[in-house]
Design a protein around this ligand. Structure first.
Ligand SMILES: [Zn+2]
Length: 107
C-alpha cells in the first residue's frame, strides 16, 4: 500500500499493482503510473531498461563463471528470488511492461 504524491489516492486508484518511483526532482516520489508525466515515464523506461541490460550481462557472466561467491555478489546487487516473491523488491520486467502499457494509453 502506498499513497500517490500527486493525487494522494492510495494504490487502489491505479490500474497497476505497483507504483512508479520518480526521482527526477531529487527525491524519491511514489506515483500512480497514471499520474506520472509522459516525459518522466519515457526517461524512467530508458533508465530501467539500461539497468536490466546490466542485469542480463551479469547473469550471463554468472552462468559462465558460476561459484558461490559470484552468486552471493549477484544476489546482493540485484536481490533474490525470495525478495521478489515476497514483494520486498519489484520485478523490473513487470515494471518495464507496466510503463510500456501506460505509454500506450498516452500516445
Ligand atoms: Zn495518483
Amino acid at each position: 500500500m502506498y499513497e500517490c504524491e500527486q493525487c494522494h489516492g492510495d494504490s487502489d486508484h491505479s490500474k497497476y499493482h505497483i507504483p512508479i518511483v520518480d526521482e527526477s526532482k531529487g527525491k524519491k516520489v511514489m506515483l500512480h503510473l497514471e499520474c506520472c508525466p509522459k516525459e518522466n515515464l519515457i526517461k524512467l523506461l530508458h533508465e530501467k531498461v539500461e539497468s536490466e541490460k546490466m542485469f542480463f550481462d551479469e547473469a550471463l557472466n554468472l552462468s559462465e563463471n558460476l561459484s558461490a561467491e559470484n552468486i552471493e555478489k549477484f544476489e546482493k546487487k540485484f536481490g533474490t528470488y525470495d525478495e521478489i516473491k515476497q514483494g520486498i523488491k519489484i520485478d523490473k520486467l513487470v515494471e518495464i511492461l507496466a510503463i510500456v502499457d501506460q505509454l500506450k494509453t498516452l500516445s
